[in-house]
Design a protein around this ligand. Structure first.
Ligand SMILES: [Zn+2]
Length: 443
């Protein structure tokens, strides 16, 4: 729950259905300002008490009390005197990101990245390996847990685990922490990923669609830092978008917002998508489509360079297609520009609809040859309205592969410090040992 109104509804509801738990509602009320002050220091760049008073519109006493509580809780500390601006000099506040650690992971179609971060998204340790998500949840999560266990044993002594975050390549029902009918993840439909991880690690866990997680990474640690209206678009094997509006991820009612890969862009019923439908954007413009069409061009001999790749390696990858396009192969050039044009058309619609100030392009196809982005930009600027494109920037992701792991850390930290969640663990001093927090926060 994000808004003030829903917080109030929640408190009233709690008090009515369970008078004992009305106490929780009281704590939530007090914690709201605490969460506000913490967020201002943690993500808002505010450093001193006078800045907090000025920017948050709260009284000096309230700020002073809340900062005192956060210092006692070990969530903030204070250091050097800030440069004086005329009045009494004040000490600089800092979020204590070293108070705990997080286990984070990014599950792709063919690889698995896991990491250990602090609460501020600083990557302390990581592992990357090949993995086939289509093998199903048991072997995949079994291996993920082995890697998580390794990271935990190697972590600095005394660093408590505060939470677990995971991005997966498919639609996720966020409130329940499980994938729903993911096209490239057979066997994962409604699998309780969140509950399995939170029970194993006795800490709250959150899972989300991989592109949402990457959008958060770019928003907090990448090129999106000063922006509040951005879209992260991944063009890899599949295609998806993470939408940020008003500085927050827009997940929609169930968590499905931004799933643009299955927008219909063609009536041609012969192009079957992995979701079972026909004419979907990713079935024609994604990396998976480049491989299919590239292989056909190699086999028919229409592309000499891909035929040579196929003869040598026995396969054609999306990277082979983009590389051949870069070397001037006309068939691959046509495939890549078609991709850029079709993705660009869908993005032009989204630009008219959402009016973002920044589109961050990620994924293997976007990172390939310039002609994909050139065609995409030409289409977006040519088709979206003048006002929506006046200050629009379209950039490639500077974080690259790291966006997912960093985003997973921010996913967990953002949830832990939401007032509802904070209220439930604040008296214990930390969320360690409270696996129920992730399901309670979403209830
Ligand atoms: Zn589809």
């Amino acid at each position: 729950m994000d808004s003030g109104a829903s917080l109030q509804d929640y408190c009233t509801h709690e008090a009515e259905v369970n008078p004992q738990r009305g106490k929780v509602a009281e704590v939530v009320d007090q914690v709201e300002n605490l969460a506000l002050v913490l967020a201002a220091v943690r993500t808002g760049g505010l450093r001193t008490r006078p800045e907090l008073v000025r920017e948050l519109g709260l009284g000096r006493n309230v700020i002073s009390q809340r900062v005192g509580q956060l210092l006692d809780l070990g969530l903030l500390d204070e250091g050097r005197l800030a440069p004086s601006t005329g009045g009494r000099p004040s000490r600089q506040l800092r979020f204590r990101s070293e108070a705990g650690c997080l286990l984070v992971a990014e599950l792709g179609a063919t690889d698995l990245q896991v990491g250990l971060t602090d609460l501020g998204g600083e990557l302390l340790d990581q592992r990357v390996e090949r993995c086939d998500v289509a093998a199903g949840p048991e072997p995949t999560l079994g291996r993920l847990e082995q890697l998580f266990d390794e990271l935990l044993s190697a972590r600095p002594t005394g660093l408590p685990l505060w939470g677990v975050g995971l991005g997966v390549p498919g639609p996720v029902e966020f409130s329940q922490g499980r994938p729903i009918a993911p096209p490239i993840m057979p066997g994962w439909d409604a699998y309780p990923v969140r509950d399995r991880l939170s029970a194993r690690y006795q800490a709250p866990a959150w899972i989300d669609n991989d592109v949402n997680v990457m959008a958060l990474g770019e928003l907090r640690a990448g090129i999106g830092r000063p922006e509040s209206e951005l879209m992260y678009v991944k063009v890899g094997s599949g295609i998806g978008a993470g939408l940020v509006s008003g500085g927050r991820l827009h997940r929609g009612a169930q968590g499905a917002a931004g799933d643009i890969g299955h927008v219909s862009v063609m009536d041609d019923e012969s192009v079957l998508c992995r979701c079972g439908n026909t004419g979907c954007l990713e079935a024609i413009a994604g990396g998976y489509a480049l491989v299919r069409d590239g292989l056909a061009a190699a086999q028919s001999g229409r592309s000499e360079s891909l035929a040579a790749v196929l003869a040598k390696s026995g396969a054609v990858t999306a990277r082979d297609v983009t590389a051949a396009a870069g070397a001037g192969d006309p068939v691959c050039l046509a495939l890549l520009t078609r991709s850029g044009r079709l993705v660009g058309r869908v993005l032009a619609t989204l630009v008219n609809f959402y009016n973002p100030s920044l589109i961050v392009m990620g994924g293997q196809v976007s990172a390939g040859e310039d002609m994909f982005l050139t065609e995409l930009r030409r289409t977006v600027y040519g088709r979206a309205t003048a006002l929506a494109t006046r200050d629009l920037r379209i950039k490639t992701s500077p974080l690259g592969d790291r966006a997912g792991l960093l985003g997973a850390a921010f996913l967990v930290a953002d949830q832990l410090f939401e007032p509802h969640c904070l209220a439930r663990w604040i008296e214990s001093g930390s969320p360690t040992g409270h696996p129920e927090l992730s399901s309670a926060a979403a209830a």
